[in-house]
Ligand binder design. Structure first.
Ligand code: PLP
Length: 391
């Protein structure tokens, strides 16, 4: 059975070129980058080349790129250090954030007494910027705004520049979790006054265990992992040299092919929307997922008009990997906060969300396989023509 992988928002397969670059580094460049001899210095040069490459991509200074182990670490570092070292007393965020952001914020609330204000999104998953401005004006406390660039479950994209400018006008620091957009879009941080951002290499065909934090120098953010002076003392610990090389190679491939990849994935997403709408009676799409504007081309969030908490397992048994988005009110998984925000209570009780996410390797034949499998599964259900209200 040929397997079909449609869970690229969770992670992507490694590109062959990335594997080759990493294996070459593992074989040839085992030196510790902090060592002053040639073995160390050769490894150090590899890291600094990737740092420069990332900085060029974002139009920032290499000193503003700090390599970490993943998106989770980058987001933890930014949020916790903003409170511990920059005197942030209030955080404005939203219930749509990834757990590594929301849990870091809750940790700062419980351990450091930080005030937290949430902006509740509307039923499409949009964040109201007028509400953000109102909150920014409402307090003189030193504030960090943390809003993700693109949502990993529904794919909604915020206007990063507009949010960053608003935060700047009101003297608030701005952090954006850019894990789903780094290397998928052109980002110019010389034009967008964001203070902090995050990246994870495994979201764009790079390795797991490698990421970076963008830290605007003027903020003076400090690290939270202490030890040696690696990463300009912002992140102690011997660097993951082959992981960083893999990140660099994956970024290079993404940037070289960005136009083709974007076009291909948008085409695949359009095809998936068209086929699913035609073949699965009553299917709907969540958030801004089915729209071209303000929606990430890698993610399609669908809603099946019947309750089937086992659908992920059933598809897996047919060789198809998707993520469920888990809005189930029964079964093993808890409802996802994002689904709770964009679905009505009726939908939460009677429907099944599916997150289908693409890469440049996804084919239309794979979408056909998914559609056929869903048709087969759906035929076991009578679609009750109840008036399940779609938000
Ligand atoms: N932020 C978002 C939006 C994500 O989608 C993910 C991964 O799923 C993360 C952060 C965490 O990244 P990592 O897996 O590198 O820890």
């Amino acid at each position: 059975m040929d397997k079909v992988y449609l869970d690229n928002a969770a992670t992507t397969p490694l590109a062959e070129e990335v594997i080759d670059a990493m294996v070459g580094t593992m074989k040839m460049n085992f030196g510790n980058p902090s060592s002053t001899h040639s073995f160390g210095q050769e490894a150090k040069i590899l890291i600094e080349n990737v740092r420069r490459q990332v900085a060029d991509y974002l139009h920032v200074s290499p000193a503003e790129i700090i390599f970490t182990s993943c998106g989770t670490e980058s987001n933890n570092m930014i949020i916790k250090s903003s409170v511990e070292h920059l005197g942030v007393e209030r955080i404005i965020s939203s219930p749509l954030e990834h757990k590594c952001v929301s849990e870091s914020i809750l940790d700062m609330k419980s351990r450091k007494g930080v005030e937290v204000n949430y902006i509740r999104p509307n039923e499409k998953g949009d964040i109201d910027l007028a509400k953000l401005e109102e909150l920014l004006k409402a307090s003189d406390k030193k504030t960090l705004v943390s809003l993700m660039h693109a949502n990993n479950e529904i794919g909604n994209i915020i206007n990063l520049k507009q949010v960053a400018q608003l935060c700047k006008e009101h003297h608030a620091l701005f952090h954006s979790d850019t894990v789903q957009t780094m290397a998928h879009m052109n980002l110019d941080f010389s034009d967008i006054p964001v203070d902090f951002a995050s990246c994870s290499a495994h979201k764009f065909h790079g390795p797991k265990g490698a990421g970076f934090a963008f830290i605007r120098k003027a903020t003076g953010l400090k690290g939270i992992i202490t030890g040696g002076p690696q990463e300009r003392s912002l992140r102690a610990g011997t660097e993951n040299v082959c992981g960083i090389v893999g990140l660099g190679k994956a970024l290079e491939l993404s940037l070289n092919h960005m136009e083709d990849y974007t076009h291909h994935m948008q085409d695949i997403k359009d095809y998936a929307i068209e086929r699913l709408s035609a073949e699965i009676e009553g299917i709907k799409f969540n958030g801004r997922s089915a729209e071209k504007e303000n929606s990430l081309y890698t993610v399609l969030s669908a809603l099946l008009p019947y309750k089937n908490p086992l659908i992920g397992l059933q598809l897996d048994m047919k060789g198809i990997a998707i993520s469920q988005g888990s809005a189930c009110s029964s079964g093993a998984s808890k409802p996802s906060m994002v689904m709770m925000m964009v679905l009505s209570e009726d939908e939460m009780d009677h429907c099944t969300p599916l997150r289908i996410s693409f890469s440049h390797m996804t084919t239309k034949a794979e979408i056909d396989t998914l559609v056929n499998a869903l048709k087969e599964i759906s035929s076991d259900y009578t679609i009750e023509k109840t008036n399940v209200e779609h938000r």
